[in-house]
Ligand binder design. Structure first.
Ligand SMILES: [Zn+2]
Length: 82
C-alpha cells in the first residue's frame, strides 16, 4: 500500500521505458524505481506532461481538450512557471 489517503487514486505509475530498462539491468541496491527515476511533471499549454530528465525525453503527454483543467487539479496542486 502506497498511501491510506483517500485522495490517492493512482492505479499504475508512469515510468520512462529507458530508465526502466537501465534499472532492470543495473538493479541499484536499496533503490526503488521511484527514486531512480528523474521525472518532471507539469502542465503544458494543452494539458499535462511527464518528462524524463535523465534521458531528456517525453514519457507521457495528454491534452485536456476542453476539459476544465481546474477539475483535474487536486487541492494540493500548486503551479509555478520557471
Ligand atoms: Zn528515462
Amino acid at each position: 500500500m502506497i498511501s491510506n489517503n483517500p485522495d490517492m487514486a493512482i492505479l499504475s505509475f508512469i515510468h520512462c521505458s529507458k530508465c526502466m530498462d537501465e534499472f532492470m539491468k543495473e538493479r541499484p541496491e536499496h533503490e526503488s524505481m521511484k527514486i531512480y527515476s528523474k521525472l518532471s511533471v507539469g502542465l503544458t499549454a494543452e494539458g499535462f506532461q511527464v518528462w524524463c530528465d535523465r534521458h531528456d525525453a517525453n514519457v507521457f503527454k495528454i491534452a485536456f481538450e476542453g476539459l476544465n483543467e481546474q477539475l483535474k487539479r487536486g487541492k494540493n496542486c500548486k503551479t509555478r512557471m520557471f
